[in-house]
Design a protein around this ligand. Structure first.
Ligand code: SAH
Length: 250
């Protein structure tokens, strides 16, 4: 019996980010999929048509999720403040971002929400997420499918993620909390990666022309460790010291 079923409050910290959605019907379908599973936090990056009657119709009784949706111009704005950013992709890519299936994604999300928000980023209907957008994500998340047809409709993909998040709330209630540290946010991590990129050039370790994929590897390494705020401070302190020394040596 689930009459008295109370939703886990962490579900409100799971932010669904849709990038440049072309069909307003899909936005409505996403809102409905979210509300059905107890999610409410929707961010739209440059939607082609929004607000839209078609979206509202498809949302059915989830109009409140659409009304509360935030519309922004860039992915950076959409993920600002999030502690973990996860890109959903129908394709497994050659350059390896740390990869999770949808169930692992939901578990990670639910162990993070005590500490802050989690952003799940979904791509365009025709072309998904670009590599540059995936670079802003700490993990790539995939729904296992028929190998010859892996691309789900956008709102169907959100439905599967949202369902797994709801299921993970039950699992989480029997486990103890995983994280007590104050995880760094997406924008703090972005600041660290820019600093690292600059410092590695200043100390003549990195020639950007010859190392296009190097920073992607560095992101992969650090994102896997889930840096907290203090650790980012320490690492940036080390970078600054190395830069000063390199300056003196010149
Ligand atoms: N043709 C696009 C897929 C677009 S589907 C491509 O090849 O990338 C729209 C969005 O739904 C995707 O960007 C992704 O965020 C999500 N999606 C669709 N199928 C998925 C799957 N199997 N696993 C994870 N996300 C998926």
């Amino acid at each position: 019996m689930i009459e008295d079923y109370a939703l886990h409050e962490g579900l409100s910290k799971i932010r669904i980010v849709l990038i440049e959605t072309s069909h307003p019907g899909n936005i409505g379908g996403v809102a409905r999929a979210m509300k059905n599973m107890g999610l409410s936090n929707l961010v739209l990056v440059n939607p082609k048509e929004f607000p839209s009657i078609v979206a509202s119709q498809r949302a059915s009784s989830a109009g409140d999720v659409l009304d509360g949706a935030r519309v922004v111009a860039t992915l950076d704005e959409a993920v600002a403040g999030a502690k973990v950013v996860i890109g959903a992709s129908a394709r497994l890519r050659k350059v390896a971002w740390p990869q999770l299936n949808v169930r692992e994604t939901a578990e990670l999300a639910l162990t993070t929400v005590d500490d802050g928000e989690v952003a799940l980023v979904f791509g365009r209907e025709d072309s998904g997420l670009s590599n540059a957008e995936m670079d802003k994500c700490h993990y790539l998340a995939h729904i296992p499918t028929n190998p010859v047809y892996s691309s789900l409709n956008l709102s169907a993909a959100v439905q599967v993620f949202a369902y797994e998040c709801l299921m993970a709330t039950e699992i989480q209630s029997v486990h103890s909390k995983g994280y007590t540290s104050d995880l760094a946010t997406a924008d703090q991590l972005e600041g660290f990666y820019e600093h690292l990129f600059q410092a590695l050039q200043d100390i003549k370790f990195l020639d950007p022309a010859k190392n296009a994929r190097f920073m992607r590897r560095m992101r992969r390494l650090f994102n896997r460790t889930r840096l907290d705020v203090k650790e980012v401070d320490i690492l940036r302190g080390i970078l600054t010291a190395a830069q000063k020394q390199a300056n003196r040596d010149q």
